[in-house]
Design a protein around this ligand. Structure first.
Ligand SMILES: Cc1ncc(COP(=O)(O)O)c(C=O)c1O
Length: 393
């Protein structure tokens, strides 16, 4: 008897992440230089760790209120207002188990089976999987020809083609895998298309502290379309706290109340002591990301220069810690084969762009959340590989 046949049939539309399989392959090759991981290589700042220790010592080991501790929700509210001019009262905020749970809770709260979700691609593959679990259908919008940004025209034509079952648009800025972000004017123009339609927008702003072009100006659709927008953020990337699993989501009170139902019955509440740590992160270390951001920027500039020397062109990498590089025309255009061959021949691991959906073929994603010494070594090996390929042509 094959009991898997009796399981939720939506799971048939969810496949194992090719990114993880590729990363596993890279991990199995001793000495490989990895540009694969999407997580900070920095350790969590000391004052945050001390806050967690104090929380444990004070026996904060009981359930927290489901939507989050009052202290953390108030710290989030202050942080968003001071940093990004986003105004959410604490009761408009739910603390989640990483941004991941916020994504899951939002998607499953909003969708009925058969509803459609517009997703600009290439994109973070988790969105596709979560929509599939909820029985929804992704409408991918290939943004490669528009510098990896959704435009009002692209959005209009996706809405027209998809018909009246569109329930949700997912935006992620700065974006994984491209590092591209939007200007406020560009988001305002998208808001104009969406205003007064019965469509939600989930804005994943997890990389908001890692904006390089004009760090004071992290934009948000929440400014132009507050009633329809659910903002997702967290401390994983800003404070190098991926393992602490604290994220949050913000929306108008009526929507937050509904989101709280799935959240409550999925995780009850996020861990109490890591909420205390996140409170210290946002209250006492609102600028903890600055030294990390300066170092990421140095690495990014170095990588872009190195890639340009090899004739790779990158999408405008204004944020996050990724560059999305186009394979030059004289090299193998199959990104999957290119990445596997580079790994086998010269032990450099990059993620094939096609793993991120339509528009990603012919590109490679490099994460620079790794030390400068590793980056220098990896770029040297990649130069050698590219030179060898060119000599053989
Ligand atoms: C765009 C994006 N959203 C969400 C996440 C997950 O964040 P968290 O670790 O807080 O769950 C990631 C992690 O890589 C990401 O790249």
């Amino acid at each position: 008897m094959d009991l898997t046949q009796q399981m939720n049939r939506n799971l048939k539309h969810v496949s194992a992440s090719p990114i993880l399989s590729f990363s596993d392959l890279a991990n199995s090759i001793p000495g490989s230089v990895k540009f694969t991981l999407g997580e900070p290589d920095f350790n969590t700042p000391e004052h945050i760790k001390q806050a967690a220790v104090a929380s444990i010592q004070a026996n904060h080991s009981h359930y927290a209120p489901s939507n989050g501790t009052p202290g953390l929700k108030s710290a989030i509210s202050q942080f968003l207002a001071n940093k990004y001019d986003q105004h959410y009262d604490p009761d408009q905020i739910i603390v989640t188990c990483g941004a991941t749970e916020a994504i899951y809770t939002t998607v499953t709260s909003v969708l009925n089976p058969g509803d459609k979700v517009i997703v600009p691609t290439p994109t973070f593959p988790m969105y596709m999987a979560t929509v599939a679990v909820a029985g929804g259908e992704v409408v991918p919008v290939n943004t490669a020809a528009n510098n990896f940004k959704l435009s009002p025209d692209l959005l209009q034509s996706a809405l027209q083609q998809a018909g009246d079952r569109v329930k949700l648009l997912i935006l992620n800025y700065p974006g994984n895998p491209t590092g591209v972000t939007y200007t406020q004017a560009e988001l305002d123009a998208l808001a104009d298309v969406l205003r007064d339609r019965p469509i939600f927008v989930m804005c994943d702003e997890i990389y908001s502290e890692l904006v390089y072009n004009d760090p004071q100006k992290h934009p948000s659709l929440a400014h132009s379309l507050p009633e329809q927008t659910i903002v997702i953020n967290g401390v994983s990337k800003s404070h190098a706290m991926t393992g602490w699993r604290i994220g949050f989501m913000c929306a108008c009170p009526a929507i937050i109340q509904e989101l709280g139902k799935i959240h409550q019955f999925t995780i009850t509440s996020a861990a109490t002591m890591t909420q205390d740590a996140a409170e210290a992160a946002l209250k006492d270390g609102p600028d903890d990301a600055l030294p990390m951001r300066a170092e990421y920027q140095e690495r990014r500039d170095f990588i872009i220069q190195q890639l340009a020397d090899m004739d790779f062109q990158c999408a405008q990498p204004d944020g996050a810690f990724y560059v999305f590089a186009k394979i030059p025309a004289d090299l193998n255009q199959n990104d999957d084969e290119f990445a596997h061959d580079l790994l086998k021949a010269n032990k450099v691991a990059l993620i094939p762009g096609s793993y991120f959906g339509p528009g990603g073929a012919g590109y490679l994603r490099l994460s620079y959340a790794t030390s400068m010494a590793e980056i220098e070594h990896g770029m040297q090996l990649m130069h050698e590989y590219v030179q060898n390929q060119r000599n053989q042509n």
